[in-house]
Design a protein around this ligand. Structure first.
Ligand SMILES: NC(=O)c1ccc[n+]([C@@H]2O[C@H](COP(=O)([O-])OP(=O)(O)OC[C@H]3O[C@@H](n4cnc5c(N)ncnc54)[C@H](O)[C@@H]3O)[C@@H](O)[C@H]2O)c1
Length: 368
C-alpha cells in the first residue's frame, strides 16, 4: 500500500529561476533538467513574460501557464502557491491567493511595509490556509545549530549581534529599477538588510524589539539607468534594542567604498566586492554563523572550533530544506516555522528603521 501523502498541486506566480532552480522546489536531474521535490506537482505558473512561461513549461514541466496570475487563480484547482513577484506585488498577490483558498509561501519581504503586512495578517487570521514567508537563511545548518545553542543557554547571555551585507561601490544599482524605487519596495534595507536582520533575530530566539535607530544614504545614484526613480537608500546602518537588552547592529549596502575581505565567491581576487558577516556574542561564547565557528572556553583562555551542525543539513541548499518544510506543512496542515506573527514583527522593525533614518531620531516601538 502506498502511504506517502498525495502530491500537492503547486503554482508559482512570477517565474524567474536562478541557477539554483526555483526557490528549492526543483532539483537538478542527471540529464541537465529539473524535477519537482518529492510531494510536489508543478501544476501551473504565471508570468507577464511569454518567454518565462515557455521556460517554466519546457525546462521545469509546469503543465499550464498564464500571463495573468489572477486568471491562473480563477481557473486552477491548487493546494499551494509560491509568490516570487516583485516586492510591491506581494501584499495583493497574497490576499488574492488566500481568497482563492490556497496555502501561501511568499518571497521576502513579506510586504512593502508595516501597514501592508497588517492587512496580510488580518487575511491570514480569517483564512483556514497556511501562510509562510521566505527566509531561507533560517534553514541553514549553522543557523539551526546556532539557535539551538542560544536557546539552550550554552553561550550564556546573548547580548549582541553584528550583521553586514556589503557590495563594493555601486555594483547592484546598475540594472534593476524597482530595487532603487522606494515606492516599489526598493532600497538596500528591505532588499538585503532583511536577510541579515532576520537571520540574527531568529538565531537569538526572536526577542521583542523595543527601540531602533538608523541612518541611510544614497551614494550611487549616478550608476542607475534612470536616476529619477532612484528614491531609495543604497547604504543603511542601524541599531536595534530588544526587550531582553540584546542589540543587533547592521550595515547594508548595494554599493560602498569599502574593500572586502578575501572570500570564496571570487577566489582570484585578494579582496571581495560582495560579502556578508553574521555573528552573535554571548557572555560565555560567540558564533560566526557564516564562518561556522564558535569561540568559547574558560575566562583565562579560549578555543575556536567548528560549529557542530546537523549532518543531514550539510551541503543542502537551505532553499530546498525550506521548500520541503513548506510542503510538509501544507500536506499536514500545520503552522510553518516562519510565522505571520514574525512577519509582522519583522516588518515593524524594518518600517521603523526606515522611519528612524528619515526623521534622524531613535524610535521606541512599545506603542506601535
Ligand atoms: N530569498 C532570496 O534570496 C531572494 C533572491 C532574489 C529575489 N528575491 C525576492 O523575489 C522577488 C522577485 O525578485 P526578482 O529579482 O526575481 O524580480 P523580477 O523583477 O525579476 O520579477 C520576477 C518575475 O515576476 C514577473 N512579473 C512582474 N510583474 C508581473 C505580473 N504583474 N504578473 C506576473 N508576473 C510578473 C517578471 O516578469 C519576472 O519574471 C522580490 O520580492 C525579491 O525581493 C528573494
Amino acid at each position: 500500500m502506498n502511504t506517502s501523502p498525495r502530491k500537492i498541486k503547486f503554482a508559482i506566480l512570477g517565474f524567474r529561476p536562478t541557477r539554483f532552480g526555483i526557490r528549492g522546489f526543483a532539483t537538478p536531474t542527471e540529464d541537465g533538467g529539473w524535477e519537482p521535490i518529492p510531494g510536489v506537482e508543478f501544476t501551473a505558473s504565471a508570468d507577464l513574460s511569454e518567454d518565462a512561461c515557455r521556460d517554466s513549461r519546457e525546462r521545469f514541466g509546469f503543465k499550464r501557464t498564464y500571463t495573468d496570475y489572477r486568471e491562473l487563480l480563477r481557473k486552477e484547482t491548487l493546494d499551494a502557491v509560491l509568490i516570487t513577484l516583485p516586492t510591491f506585488m506581494h501584499k495583493q498577490a497574497t490576499l488574492d491567493c488566500l481568497a482563492a483558498g490556497v496555502h501561501v509561501l511568499c518571497e521576502k519581504p513579506p510586504a512593502n511595509d508595516y501597514e501592508e503586512i497588517l492587512e496580510v495578517a488580518e487575511a491570514v487570521e480569517k483564512s483556514d490556509k497556511q501562510y509562510m514567508f521566505v527566509r531561507q537563511s533560517r534553514f541553514g545548518a549553522a543557523a539551526q545549530a546556532t539557535r539551538k545553542l542560544v536557546v539552550s543557554g550554552k553561550l550564556g547571555t546573548v547580548y549582541a549581534g553584528e550583521t553586514k551585507w556589503v557590495r563594493t561601490r555601486g555594483i547592484q544599482v546598475r540594472g534593476d529599477s524597482w530595487r532603487t524605487d522606494r515606492s516599489k519596495g526598493g532600497g538596500v534595507l528591505i532588499d538585503l538588510g532583511i536577510h541579515g536582520l532576520d537571520l540574527l533575530w531568529y538565531c537569538m530566539g526572536n526577542p521583542r524589539p523595543v527601540e531602533v535607530s538608523a541612518s541611510e544614504t544614497s551614494a550611487f545614484k549616478q550608476y542607475a539607468p534612470d536616476p529619477s526613480v532612484y528614491t531609495a537608500d543604497d547604504n543603511f546602518n542601524f541599531w536595534i534594542r530588544f526587550e531582553n537588552d540584546a542589540v543587533i547592529q547592521g550595515t547594508f549596502a548595494f554599493g560602498m567604498n569599502q574593500v572586502g575581505p578575501k572570500g570564496p565567491k571570487k577566489p582570484e581576487l585578494d579582496h571581495s566586492d560582495d560579502w556578508q558577516v553574521n555573528k552573535i556574542f554571548g557572555t560565555d561564547g560567540g558564533i560566526d554563523i557564516g564562518g561556522g565557528k564558535i569561540v568559547e572556553g574558560p575566562s583565562d583562555s579560549y578555543t575556536v572550533s567548528d560549529l557542530e551542525v546537523d549532518p543531514a543539513l550539510v551541503g543542502i541548499n537551505p532553499m530546498i530544506t525550506q521548500a520541503k518544510h513548506f510542503v510538509e506543512c501544507v500536506q499536514q496542515n500545520k503552522k510553518p516555522q516562519n510565522t505571520i506573527e514574525q512577519a509582522v514583527e519583522l516588518m515593524k522593525m524594518l518600517g521603523s528603521l526606515s522611519e528612524s533614518a528619515r526623521t534622524k531620531r531613535a524610535i521606541r516601538l512599545d506603542n506601535i
